[in-house]
Design a protein around this ligand. Structure first.
Ligand code: KG4
Ligand code: ZN
Length: 344
């Protein structure tokens, strides 16, 4: 089954063609970083304008790279829930037009399901339900038990900022541009992770709750106190605090809910120290760790097409009039979770 997947939920215009939920034939992404950079964050109306300007070209490129035409498609899938409303609408309108013009099913995907399913692509025989998923991105930090296709239980989420958002805010304060996760990781390579003893909020609580705002405030205060500080040491110490928080809660929830397989998803999943620390901790407990390939971590259309393949079998197609929602509950149990304010 050939599915065209579209994601315009935030500041990446993504389109991809995926065969049978695992074979990625193309995965084209146009990032808008430059358009938002001078504003220090994502500006919704600019995001929508950029998606509108690029969507046709990105769709055509995805088909061309895959070596197919619109008439070869079996379905079109789109992120219609969770993201910037004005941005989502661009992808949803394109998907509806394609579904109507080609007379193929339209499959609406919750953006977070795309991230979750990025782990199942090519691994559906190895990963067994139920498994744990730590989704860490610019807008979300949440721990989910993936019970079955389309059914999730919330084991924990952030009370305030998302982990990626804090990476971005610290990077902005250091003048490293937006988004800043990768820049912080690079600077941290040369720094001492023990140079600063930053707080690890809620780390000793036995539940899966996260909090990052106190850490962010402490890091920003350290920068403001000393303009000549060693940026590499600061980045390494800050990154270590985030990694400690994410790893400790994930391992604790895996133990409490007896989940042997742990998956990592979202843009922050690209962070190597996080991957390494999680792997070490999991090895100590006899758990397995899965991370998506790099191209599937940040927002992209392939994860949407991948999720659609599995979820179409469960839920069937959506009506052509599907809604578009900035903040929508997740999965068959309608889970509600915290997400970053930039999505409102
Ligand atoms: O999944 P994504 O593209 O967008 C959302 O759904 O929010 O994730 C983007 C986030 C940004 O906050 C970015 O700074 C972060 O992922 N990120 C990283 C790294 N690469 C991207 N954070 C830490 N380390 C990285 N190497
Ligand atoms: Zn995302």
């Amino acid at each position: 089954m050939l599915i065209l997947g579209i994601d315009t939920s935030c500041d990446d215009t993504g389109a991809a063609v995926v065969r049978d939920g695992h074979e990625v034939l193309s995965n084209v992404i146009a990032s808008q970083y430059k358009a938002h950079d001078r504003f220090g964050g994502v500006v919704p109306v600019i995001a929508a304008r950029e998606h509108t300007a690029k969507i046709s070209f990105i769709l055509e490129s995805a088909l061309e790279e895959a070596g197919i035409s619109f008439t070869d498609l079996d379905a079109v899938a789109v992120s219609h829930h969770q993201g910037l409303l004005l941005a989502l609408v661009v992808g949803v309108s394109a998907a509806k037009s394609i579904a109507l013009a080609c007379d193929i099913p339209l499959i609406g995907i919750h953006h977070l399901e795309g991230h979750i399913y990025s782990n199942l692509m090519g691994r559906s025989k190895v990963l067994k339900f139920p498994f744990l998923c730590l989704t860490v991105a610019g807008g979300h930090t949440l721990l989910l038990k993936v019970v079955s296709h389309g059914t999730y239980e919330l084991l924990g989420h952030t009370r305030d900022d998302a982990a990626g958002e804090v990476f971005d805010k610290v990077a902005r304060h250091l003048g490293l541009g937006h988004p800043g996760g990768a820049a912080i990781e690079k600077l941290a390579e040369k720094g001492d992770p023990e140079a600063y003893n930053f707080p690890r909020p809620l780390i000793n609580r036995t539940d899966g709750e996260f909090s990052f705002s106190g850490l962010k405030t402490a890091v920003v205060a350290a920068i403001d106190r000393n303009p000549n500080l060693n940026k590499a040491d600061l980045c390494a110490s800050f990154q270590q605090a985030v990694v400690d928080l994410l790893v400790s809660k994930t391992i604790r929830m895996a133990g409490e809910h007896q989940l042997q397989q742990i998956t990592l998803a979202g843009g922050v999943a690209l962070n190597s120290p996080l991957r390494t620390a999680l792997k070490h901790a999991a090895d100590d407990h006899g758990y397995q760790i899965f991370t998506p390939c790099d191209d599937l971590c940040m927002d992209n259309g392939a994860m949407v097409a991948g999720a659609a393949y599995f979820l179409y079998k469960e839920r069937g197609p959506n009506p052509i009039g599907i809604d578009t929602r900035a903040n929508a509950p997740l999965g068959s149990k309608g889970i509600r979770y915290r997400h970053d304010s930039k999505y409102r």
